[in-house]
Design a protein around this ligand. Structure first.
Ligand SMILES: NC(=O)C1=CN([C@@H]2O[C@H](COP(=O)(O)OP(=O)(O)OC[C@H]3O[C@@H](n4cnc5c(N)ncnc54)[C@H](OP(=O)(O)O)[C@@H]3O)[C@@H](O)[C@H]2O)C=CC1
Ligand SMILES: N[C@@H](CC=O)C(=O)O
Length: 363
């Protein structure tokens, strides 16, 4: 797909407009919240256009839901064509509610053109260091803002806390915790008796997983979050610096998404065994992402499933709760702990709109 960069010659709009990319679980919740906040009398930048892989629609009416539904129901994909119709220029806000690497590659270009980018997609700042640095450079060049609150903790005050601590001169010495809402849901509900795969289906249906749940089960989604957190703390980690243990059986890795779902029960035996081992020790399974400085100054980063005593600081939480401990110069004995729902369309859409409103306030 060829997504051309923003047309830099586009004039600065009199009023700021939103273009939404993605009409899936998060995109739909974003439109619903935009409509609800408008109905409550809040002043928001108008939704001027919506795109998915099938095209782009301008919104000229007071009916974004109808436009979204029409686009969702439209026929043949024309992924390479929508950008030609999209209009967003300096000062406008592009909201990325896709999981598209092709779109993420455009974040820096759009910022360079003066548009602000608000993203739920972690593929911009949570993949290679080069891409992340390009996004930072583009922001510095034009002053355009990059709203990333939704990318970690689905809007929990994690990134802004780290940034404020670092800006206040605190060194962040370690961050560790449950960073995946879907894996939290799975581990909090799996009882070792009902098949693990049935909970994966439930998490997918509830909108907690990535479009392809293997991105969660493989630990890749948490790797991205660890990278985003570390970078917010001022540590320029790169992808290969994070050691990741996957839960996806080898045979399920190369399959299409549909074939993966068909063969998903193949994960059940391995998960039952892990649960039984933890249960025997009186422990619980938790999926943890962390980075930390060792006493010799080495920075390490890891992602994977671990079994913890139920009394452990990271073992608490229910549902999709993320629970993250932050150690710094000032929080050196007892860490600062942040906990709350870490996945789901509503909280994610709330985080996206919060970033939009922050940008609007600075417009
Ligand atoms: N669910 C959650 O709790 C959270 C999700 N996120 C992130 O939100 C993002 C969206 O997730 P979700 O809504 O579940 O995903 P969905 O698969 O439901 O929706 C993705 C949307 O993106 C569209 N899309 C894909 N490629 C392009 C493209 N090139 N141009 C325009 N549109 C495109 C798809 O179009 P089409 O409909 O035509 O296929 C689809 O409408 C992901 O990056 C995820 O990581 C972040 C935090 C929490
Ligand atoms: N799939 C993700 C959604 C939010 O980032 C998760 O499970 O946490």
């Amino acid at each position: 797909m060829n997504v051309s960069p923003l047309r830099a010659s586009h004039p600065v709009p009199a009023s700021q407009r939103i273009t939404l990319l993605g009409t899936g679980t998060v995109g739909r919740a974003f439109v619903a919240r935009h409509v609800a906040l408008n109905a409550r009398g809040m002043t928001l930048p108008p939704l001027a256009g919506i795109a998915n892989t099938r095209g782009f629609s301008r919104i000229d009416c007071d009916c974004p839901n109808a436009v979204l539904n029409q686009l969702r129901d439209s026929e043949a994909p024309s992924a390479s064509e929508w950008i030609a119709d999209a209009v967003f220029g300096p000062g406008d806000i592009v909201v990325d509610a896709s999981a598209s690497d092709v779109i993420a590659q455009q974040h820096a270009g759009w910022l360079r053109g003066g548009a602000h980018v608000v993203t739920a997609c972690k593929l911009g700042a949570g993949t290679s260091r080069v891409r992340w640095q390009d996004i930072r450079d583009a922001q510095a060049e034009t002053g355009a803002r990059y709203g990333d609150s939704a990318t970690v903790g689905a809007g929990l005050p994690l990134l802004r806390t780290l940034r404020e601590l670092a800006a206040g001169g605190d060194r962040i010495t370690a961050v560790a915790g449950v960073l995946s809402g879907s894996l939290a849901y799975l581990m909090n509900n799996f009882d070792g008796m009902r098949p693990f795969s049935s909970f994966v289906h439930a998490a997918h249906a509830a909108g907690y997983t990535e479009p392809d749940p293997r991105d969660d089960l493989s630990g890749e989604d948490v790797r991205r979050k660890v990278l985003i957190l570390a970078r917010a703390a001022g540590l320029a980690l790169d992808v290969e610096d994070v050691q990741v243990d996957s839960l996806v059986p080898l045979g399920l890795q190369p399959l299409s998404r549909a074939a993966f779902f068909e063969r998903l029960p193949e994960i059940d035996a391995q998960m039952r065994a892990k649960f039984a081992r933890a249960h025997k020790k009186g422990e619980v399974l938790k999926h943890i992402g962390r980075f930390e400085f060792l006493t010799d100054g080495t920075l390490i980063a890891r992602v994977g499933l671990t079994s913890l005593p139920a009394s452990h600081a990271l073992a608490a939480g229910a549902g999709t709760d993320n629970r993250v401990a932050i150690w710094t110069d000032r929080y050196c004995e007892n860490p600062l702990v942040i906990q709350g729902p870490g996945a789901g369309p509503e909280v994610t859409a709330g985080a996206l709109l919060d970033d939009v409103l922050t940008i609007q306030r600075h417009h």
